[in-house]
Design a protein around this ligand. Structure first.
Ligand code: AMP
Ligand code: MN
Ligand code: MN
Length: 333
């Protein structure tokens, strides 16, 4: 069942948007399809309503998302003009903005649009709907209430957000609401075949080699209830792949029949490990990610841990051990 944000918060968000002229719109570091789609769809729609907007993200737009309309406008530097409103999308905490966080710090008004179960509501108005499949779904409902016209470019952005966060309409968050909104977006000009091709059928050879390495070293722990793969810095040098090329690899681990939890651990250039966690529904992985300073959803979550991948994996396995749905014979945790 869809749980919308309280009507008073929705009204207040609309009031704030109506009375604003210059809006900064921000999204999370290492942006994904929902982060970029929600931010750009909202920016384009607000511009059609006569507002000036600046889409801000601390990271560059990954190549795979450069088909999104207006992607070239995404910047990590705030413009010279000041904003009278900030809107942050798809971030479960203000710190997820990374280096663009400062641009939002002193703004007169701030709206938080998010769908993470772990959202630490921030901002004057919170439109947080954990039952929404994507932030793009909340943005869509907001734009409809605002009376904004949804053209083909805006529809392409929002459809991308829903398609990617539902895992192509396959995850547990796929609802009648997400499908109905997707249908309306197609009606408005989003092209499902073209968008799916851009997202899923233009993988580079480097990224494909990286996927091959990850799949060649799957390991199983806790009686096969956890499956994991590690990608080291050397793997990126050997394949020529970059950090954004890990996207989608976790889905192959998640697709394995049997394990309750899938883990992908990726070493970063700054001696950290970026972790993606997925669950088959029996374990709430957002709680595990949260224990390591991350967050996400019950079935898909992430965190970043300082140090090497093997140590991070041991720490994660210890946390996961206590949360597996059935007690293990050697349960010592
Ligand atoms: P990923 O594994 O990167 O696709 O992320 C899965 C989910 O977890 C997404 O909803 C992310 O927004 C969330 N997530 C990933 N990393 C973090 C983090 N460090 N802090 C909070 N949420 C995160
Ligand atoms: Mn996201
Ligand atoms: Mn999202």
């Amino acid at each position: 069942m869809s749980e919308n944000a309280p009507p008073a918060a929705q009204e207040r968000a609309i009031e704030l948007i109506r009375s604003s002229k210059r809006v900064y719109i921000g999204t999370h570091i290492r942006p994904d399809g929902d982060a970029l789609g929600s931010m750009l769809g909202l920016a384009l729609a607000l511009e059609q309503c006569g507002k000036r907007t600046a889409p801000l993200c601390a990271f560059p737009v990954p190549d795979g998302y450069r088909f999104l309309p207006a992607h070239e406008r995404v910047s990590s530097r705030p413009p010279e003009w000041p904003a009278d409103l900030g809107i942050v999308v798809d971030c479960d905490g203000i710190s997820r903005l990374g280096d663009v966080q400062q641009a939002f710090a002193g703004l007169p008004h701030l709206i938080d649009i998010d769908h993470h179960a772990t959202d630490q509501s921030f901002g004057e108005v919170s439109l947080v709907e954990p039952s929404a499949s994507a932030a793009a779904e909340i943005v869509y409902r907001l734009l409809r209430r605002l009376g904004a016209a949804i053209d083909a470019d805006i529809a392409t952005c929002l459809y991308t957000g829903i398609l990617t966060d539902t895992g192509r309409f396959s995850h547990a968050n796929t609802s009648s609401a997400s499908l109905a909104i997707a249908a309306e977006l197609v009606q408005a000009g989003a092209r499902p075949h073209r968008i799916a091709r851009k997202l899923y059928e233009e993988r580079s050879i480097e990224a494909t080699h990286l996927l091959g390495l990850a799949l060649s070293r799957l390991s199983r722990d806790h009686d096969g209830k956890v499956v994991s793969a590690i990608l080291t810095r050397a793997d990126f040098v050997d394949t020529g792949a970059d950090g954004a090329d890990t996207e989608g690899i976790i889905d192959h681990l998640r697709a394995i029949d049997g394990p309750q939890v899938a883990l992908l651990l990726v070493e970063t250039e700054d001696d950290h490990v970026r972790v993606s966690l997925r669950s088959d529904g029996r374990v709430d992985v957002s709680a595990i990610a949260y224990a390591f300073g991350g967050g996400g959803h019950a079935a898909a979550a992430g965190c970043t841990i300082a140090g090497g991948a093997e140590a991070a994996k041991s720490a994660l396995l210890a946390q996961i051990h206590r949360r597996l749905s059935e007690p293990l014979p050697d349960d010592a945790a």
